[in-house]
Design a protein around this ligand. Structure first.
Ligand code: FAD
Ligand code: DHB
Length: 388
């Protein structure tokens, strides 16, 4: 099989890359090792930055999000038994949208298939070859060996994928940080405590109260990094969620539809390209979820990559492709910085002492009372501009 761009992974990065290329008349094939059903029901991110919301709408895949998503003007920071509202719309004229990542994945798959796009689900033993020469992707599908020969490869296969490890190790530098906590996350059939998000700082640990609809709450609690979900029976989860909301709002309990533990890590690999392989999204960088940046960064990377590929095919320019990694990394590092900052601001760190907790309270007080500080939070939270 021959195509212009071979893509490994049908997450937000791979699907959006294929969609953006198609709109510009560039062919691609996606190899995904999971089933369609599996990736359409995998619950992950839920918060979409303003520019990413606009991208989905402008490229014709935002209609269901516009109908079913929830547009938010700001967020609440809870501490000291009170909620403090940051109104992004008043501060900088932008907001964010709540719409599940798996819904974006469904919308993109539906659109790719309606546009006769090729996605091979359940492709096994996917491997990438001759990255600095004539690249190809080999795999097994329906019990048969297959090969996609292409001009370029999009490495969109997430943090545990095969693309990043296929780059010679000597070429890459990894920047890594682990955090001494994780998150318990649940989806509950109950209304969220507020119609917008609450990030809560509490002496028992951080909690986040978000949602998927007005009747479906998505709730997270700081836990130990090596914690197991078996340690969190329903009663304990509800007790902590009530305690960390600290009487600021009433919390209705509901049936738990899903539960899981998320690890916290910051990781960036540089450069994000090697030869004709371009890494995008979680395959190149991950961050703690506190800043809600992962899916948004994946979309930003492929926006930059698609523009560089369009310039190559339209006018033979390779300068944008050469600059791909540097262009993405400037924004990636700012998102890393913001995710780290939100994480250290809200979590109880076992290495902290009473000085650190006073400092955190002072910073929370500052970022919810100084207009300059609130504007800075707002512009990072709703998403910095995507270059290129
Ligand atoms: P992925 O979504 O991981 O997609 C990679 C795809 O490649 C997958 O479909 C995988 O099956 C496939 N694949 C892997 N290996 C292979 C292989 N060898 N061959 C073929 N295919 C392969 N981000 C936010 O922006 N906001 C949030 O609110 C947020 N909350 C989160 C909450 C949780 C609980 C978690 C786990 C993550 C959250 N994130 C959030 C992060 C976000 O989900 C990821 O950053 C996002 O999925 C990255 O998209 P991606 O396309 O790069 O990678
Ligand atoms: C959601 C998750 C996050 O990590 C975050 O910071 C905001 C929202 C969510 O799942 O809705």
């Amino acid at each position: 099989m021959r195509t212009q761009v071979g893509i490994v992974g049908a997450g937000p990065a791979g699907l959006m890359l294929s969609h953006l290329l198609h709109l510009e008349g560039i062919d691609s094939v996606i190899l995904e090792n999971r089933s369609r059903d599996y990736i359409e029901s995998r619950i992950r991110a839920g918060l979409i930055e303003q520019w990413a919301n606009d991208l989905l709408i402008d490229t014709g895949v935002g209609a269901r999000m516009q109908r079913e998503g929830m547009f938010h003007n700001g967020v609440y920071f809870g501490f000291g038994r009170a909620l403090h509202y940051l109104n992004f719309r008043d501060l900088i004229g932008k907001g964010v949208t709540i719409y599940g990542q798996q819904e974006i994945v469904k919308d993109l798959i539906h659109r790719r298939l309606s546009d006769s796009g090729q996605i091979l689900f359940e492709a096994a033993d996917v491997s990438v070859h001759d990255l600095a020469g004539n690249p190809s992707i080999r795999f097994r599908h329906d019990g048969k060996e297959g090969e996609v020969v292409c001009d370029f490869i999009g490495g969109c296969d997430g943090f545990h994928g095969i693309c990043r490890p296929s780059i010679p190790a000597a070429v890459l530098t990894a920047y890594d940080r682990e955090y001494p906590f994780g998150w318990v996350g649940i989806l509950s059939e109950s209304p969220p405590p507020e119609h917008e998000l609450i990030y809560a700082y509490h002496e028992r640990g951080f909690a986040l109260y978000t949602m998927r609809s007005s009747t479906l709450a998505r709730l997270y609690l700081q836990c130990a990094p090596d914690d197991e979900i078996e340690n969190w029976p329903d009663a304990r989860i509800w007790e902590e969620l009530h305690a960390r909301l600290d009487g600021t709002r009433a919390l209705a309990e509901g049936m738990m539809l899903q539960r899981g533990i998320t690890a916290m890590r910051s990781f960036v690999v540089e450069p994000m390209q090697y030869g004709r392989l371009f890494l995008a999204g979680d395959s190149a960088h991950i961050q703690p979820p506190t800043g809600a940046k992962g899916m948004n960064l994946a979309l930003a990377d492929v926006k930059v990559l698609s523009r560089a590929l369009v310039a190559f095919y339209r006018s033979g320019r390779s300068d944008l492709l050469e600059q791909y990694s540097a262009t993405c990394l400037r924004r990636v590092w700012k998102a890393q910085r913001f995710s780290w900052w939100m994480t250290q601001l809200f979590h109880l760190d076992p290495s902290h002492n009473s000085f650190d907790r006073k400092r955190q309270m002072a910073e929370l007080d500052y970022v919810t009372s100084s207009e300059a500080a609130m504007r800075s939070v707002a512009e990072n939270y709703v998403g910095l501009p995507v270059e290129g």
